[in-house]
Design a protein. Structure first.
Length: 556
């Protein structure tokens, strides 16, 4: 009996112990889950966030202080290792980007100096933790005293030792620890990249001479250095350091999509000429490398240029990359004079959808205090991710897949593939334009009236139609329709000009320039457009536009 009672008591004790242990484990699990959520929440807090939460006197700077202290102590060893690494890895890049004016560009001396960089901010980006990893950003400032001497040889036999001095750098480095693994140290590889280059200044000095005595050399060297930085370390380029042996090719930089750009026109540009007007041209890039920067043609003596040019760019990271447009005045043999710049975030684009932009030009994209009007530039953009071409229909032509380069099979079997640029796709049809009316036209006659009429034309084909003249009216009504047979709708422009008729001549009141993109996509549209084309242009014009596609073929 004692045996059974002991056994029963043991069972009860065991069951009770199991239940108690289970409840304890559940409680521990909840605490661990709550702790994990708290850690994740703190991981998302940046330095700026923590400064907002805590007053400055309570802000614990020990993390950055510890990092900066550790880096300062390690800097002599970092200098020695990094200097050799930079020499062996950067010299081939410099050789690749060496401009035509120089024969060679190599390091004769390279040390990073005695001043270590300072970390000024640190954050963990949970939303950027891709490929099963952790992403960290470190903001860094460096006013260094490196000893960098470049040996430069020109094609005319001149050898110059050029010293890089007064180096100042501010930027954000991105570190990605991926993939996460069970082995020590917990991740397979480290990717690093210069995510944001806020400031990079340096001066070049010929040892024992003046570099300005050789025209063009200083600019060529500076451009080469900046190209090398952009091509080797600037995001979306990422350098991979394997920690645990494995295949990390999925972390490498790859093309993500293609961006098609139509540079339509600009208006209201600044005049930089004493006699006549500026001769504007534009440069466009997603990554500011010389071989990936596109340049438009120059439009002479025009502050409202019409380019109507198409360009295509490779996109590696649509979430962070931008399209930058810069407009210059072409001064012939002299350096072009800068007129203004503008930028579009590619994340604003919806894949497969054409989006139109009028962008105001500014002096500096990083300075927001610039309120001077420098003109505007007109763009149409279309972004298509690679590998998703079949998910979209061509907005201009549903018969063809929407890719950067169209593929068509030719008659020698499935392996014979011809690559045809999209710019050679021809879209034909009939464009019907109804000039309905105009409003609030400026008074151009001595009597405070105008005798307006409208000229409607296609730029590429140079076809023109003209309305009747409405005498002595600032709010004329025409309701006249004109049909145009369009041979190449993707590359043509509709230009509508309002003129004042006069016995001894005619004066232009204003104009509207439209691509045919919206008409092709919508089929039919009626809108009111503000007249432009000159500083004195004013008023509005009402148009009804209808597109009737006839047939679409490729230009062979």
């Amino acid at each position: 009996m004692g045996f059974f009672s002991g056994m029963f008591f043991g069972i009860l004790f065991g069951v009770g112990f199991i239940v108690a242990f289970a409840r304890y484990e559940a409680s521990r699990s909840r605490r661990r889950s709550d702790l994990a959520k708290a850690v994740a929440a703190f991981a998302r807090i940046t330095v700026d966030d923590s400064r907002k939460i805590l007053p400055p006197k309570f802000y614990p700077p020990w993390v950055l202080d510890w990092l900066n202290c550790a880096l300062e102590k390690l800097w002599p060893f970092v200098d020695q290792a990094a200097s050799e690494l930079i020499r062996t890895s950067v010299e081939p890049i410099l050789e690749q980007h060496t401009p035509a004016i120089l024969a060679s560009l190599t390091f004769s001396k390279l040390t990073l100096g005695t001043v270590a960089p300072q970390f000024t901010g640190i954050s963990i980006l949970e939303e950027e933790c891709w490929n099963d990893g952790v992403t960290m950003e470190l903001e860094m400032k460096w006013d260094g005293n490196p000893n960098i001497v470049l040996d430069i040889n020109t094609h005319i036999g001149v050898s110059l030792p050029v010293q890089v001095k007064d180096l100042a750098f501010t930027g954000v480095f991105r570190l990605m620890f991926s993939p996460l693994v069970d082995e020590f140290p917990g991740f397979g590889a480290i990717c690093y990249s210069l995510f944001q280059k806020k400031d990079l200044d340096f001066t070049l000095k010929v040892i024992g001479g003046d570099i300005s005595s050789i025209p063009g050399v200083s600019d060529a060297i500076e451009e080469t250095i900046r190209d090398a930085i952009e091509d080797t370390i600037t995001w979306p380029v990422r350098n991979i350091v394997p920690i645990i042996p494995g295949d990390y090719s999925h972390l490498e930089l790859k093309a993500e999509g293609t961006l098609e750009v139509k540079l339509v026109q600009a208006k209201g540009l600044t005049n930089k000429e004493l006699i006549g007007k500026s001769d504007p041209f534009a440069t466009l890039f997603v990554r500011p490398l010389r071989d990936r920067t596109k340049k438009s043609k120059t439009i002479n003596n025009d502050l409202n240029p019409v380019w109507n040019e198409h360009f295509e760019f490779i996109v590696e990271d649509s979430s962070s990359q931008k399209l930058t447009v810069r407009v210059f005045d072409d001064d012939g043999i002299q350096d072009a004079e800068f007129l203004g710049t503008a930028q579009v975030q590619l994340k604003e684009l919806e894949p497969g959808k054409v989006k139109e932009f009028w962008l105001k030009l500014v002096k500096d994209l990083g300075v927001q205090r610039d309120n001077k009007y420098r003109g505007e530039v007109h763009l149409e953009l279309l972004y298509i991710p690679i590998g998703q071409e079949n998910n979209f229909s061509n907005p201009f032509n549903p018969d063809y897949s929407l890719t950067a380069y169209e593929r068509t099979l030719k008659g020698k079997g499935s392996d014979a593939v011809e690559v045809v640029p999209k710019k050679n796709v021809i879209v034909r049809g009939v464009l019907s334009v109804t000039v309905i009316s105009a409003e609030d036209l400026p008074a151009v006659d001595f009597m405070g009236k105008a005798d307006p009429f409208v000229v409607v034309m296609l730029k590429k084909s140079e076809k023109k139609q003209k309305t009747r003249v409405v005498n002595e009216c600032l709010n004329p009504v025409w309701n006249q329709t004109f049909d145009f047979v369009v041979e190449d709708a993707l590359h043509d422009l509709l230009i509508v000009e309002v003129w004042d008729h006069d016995t001894f001549g005619k004066d232009k009141i204003g104009r509207v320039i439209l691509t045919l993109t919206k008409a092709i996509l919508k089929g039919e549209m009626q809108e009111t457009f503000t007249l432009g084309g000159s500083a004195s242009a004013s008023g509005r014009i009402n148009l009804h536009i209808r597109w009737n596609p006839q047939h679409k073929i490729r230009d062979q």
